[in-house]
Design a protein around this ligand. Structure first.
Ligand code: ATP
Ligand code: MG
Length: 418
């Protein structure tokens, strides 16, 4: 891959209505482009990061025993009538009719569809436990789409749904997903907290959210100083922050503090809410039972923005290696044809080590090339210049450390772990 034949276009400024740093940097580095309010195209650089997040999520779902499926985005309204959510969900649910006047909705979530599938396919206790997941586009007609892909109307979500025979099984399935989520968010390099949460329009008995800590977060979360207690502040109703802190402190003498968070995941124990209303039942020796469900969401597209909120400086994005669009950029400084040959041979060496890279072979000034590499946040910058080339040296700049040094190719390659 080379920048001269790739959509590697950076912008000096971002539109003035972009408030969040992640939104600005994603636009400036051409990861996304707006089509309509809350509706974006993922351009090549952005899509590479998005696919890396998808792959981390997919691998951890498979390891936890969940099976991938793909459900329709267009869902018949009848199913939402059955679950009673057609009236409950509100204007975020986009409704429309087909040419035969049949009513449909664009899926904001998939409890109805998966339960419809389960009642058609799960028919004996031997079929349980079961857990299905998908990575798919959701649509929610958000009242105030903002902050780019952080709160958009169309976005990519991973949603998983578990089915168990009893309460104990449901809790085991829930814990498996909870562990998988921790592995995923650790791999992505987040500083995050798990907090108790409100189940909202999804419903059910218990739920927890995964929050990436960031001052720009829309949610407030409250912790005890030993971190044994953490909760979304929305669970405490209308009281002021200080009142809530004081009330909790009176109970156990602990210190409490409030921080802002970005919700990147949410897991629920649903119980029989959907299996009952949509008549999913299984015959057991003890009679017919409604399987107990759990559902588990991750905001795949929001993760990219949340990661940038935690990893940037005045020059741009500082992507963690696991989700960077490329792990390395090879920057050619100079016009000598030998430099391009050297870059290509270096790219081959990197590929052999399992490190993905792009060569910046554009006819641009060194300053512009360095600025763009900093802006797009690629973790390793490998600089090939005429002077270095003559001395058989390569320069490596590590974006997160801001430091750079020169050495021969063999030693530089040895520094880059696969
Ligand atoms: P929020 O409180 O942020 O509106 P939610 O609680 O309605 O989110 P869930 O139904 O729990 O969202 O969806 C699962 C995940 O999908 C969320 O944890 C979040 O990461 C992501 N998500 C939800 N709404 C959006 C959106 N409008 N844009 C991008 N990601 C979203
Ligand atoms: Mg939620």
């Amino acid at each position: 891959m080379k920048t001269s034949s790739y959509h590697y276009k950076t912008l000096k400024d971002s539109p003035s209505d972009a408030e969040l740093i992640s939104h600005k940097l994603m636009l400036r580095s051409s990861m996304i482009k707006l089509n309509a309010s809350g509706i974006y195209t993922w351009l090549p650089l952005g899509l590479r990061s998005l696919k890396k997040v998808e792959n981390i999520v997919r691998r951890n779902m498979e390891e936890a025993g969940a099976q991938e499926i793909l459900m329709p985005m267009v869902q018949p309204s009848d199913l939402w009538e059955e679950s009673k959510r057609l009236s409950e969900y509100g204007p975020e649910l986009l409704r429309f009719e087909d040419r035969n006047d049949r009513s449909f909705v664009l899926g904001p979530t998939h409890e109805e569809i998966i339960t419809d599938i389960a009642r058609k396919t799960l028919n004996s206790p031997k079929d349980l436990p079961a857990n299905y997941y998908q990575i798919q586009t959701k649509f929610r007609d958000e009242i105030r789409p903002r902050f780019g892909v952080m709160r958009s109307r169309e976005f990519l979500m991973k949603d998983a749904y578990s089915f168990d025979i009893n309460e104990k099984g449901m809790k085991e399935s829930y814990d498996l997903m909870r562990d998988a989520y921790q592995k995923i968010f650790n791999e992505i390099g987040f500083d995050y907290r798990i907090v108790s949460a409100d189940s909202g329009a999804i419903g059910g008995s218990a739920s927890e959210e995964f929050h990436v800590l960031a001052d720009s977060g829309e949610d407030k979360i409250i912790f005890s100083d030993d971190e044994l207690f953490a909760s979304n502040l929305e669970l405490f109703g209308e009281k002021s922050d200080q009142e809530i802190i004081d009330r909790l402190h009176e109970k156990d003498g602990k210190k409490y503090s409030i921080k802002r968070g970005i919700e990147v995941g949410h897991i629920f124990q649903l119980g029989d809410k959907y299996s009952k209303s949509l008549s999913l039942s299984i015959q057991t020796k003890e009679g017919n039972i409604n399987p107990l469900m759990g559902c588990y969401g991750i905001g795949i597209s929001r993760i990219i923005a949340a990661s940038i909120e935690q990893n940037y400086d005045q020059d741009g994005i500082i992507f963690p290696r696991s989700i960077a669009p490329f792990e390395a950029i090879i920057i050619i400084i100079g016009e000598d044809k030998n430099l391009l040959n050297e870059a290509e041979s270096l790219q081959n060496d990197l590929t052999k080590k399992g490190i993905d890279s792009i060569i910046d072979d554009r006819n641009e000034s060194p300053g512009k090339k360095f600025k763009d590499a900093d802006l797009t946040g690629i973790p390793f910058q490998l600089i090939i210049s005429e002077k270095n080339h003559k001395e058989n040296l390569l320069e490596l700049k590590v974006r997160s450390e801001g430091t750079s040094f020169k050495d021969n190719k063999k030693n530089i390659l040895a520094k880059l772990k696969p």
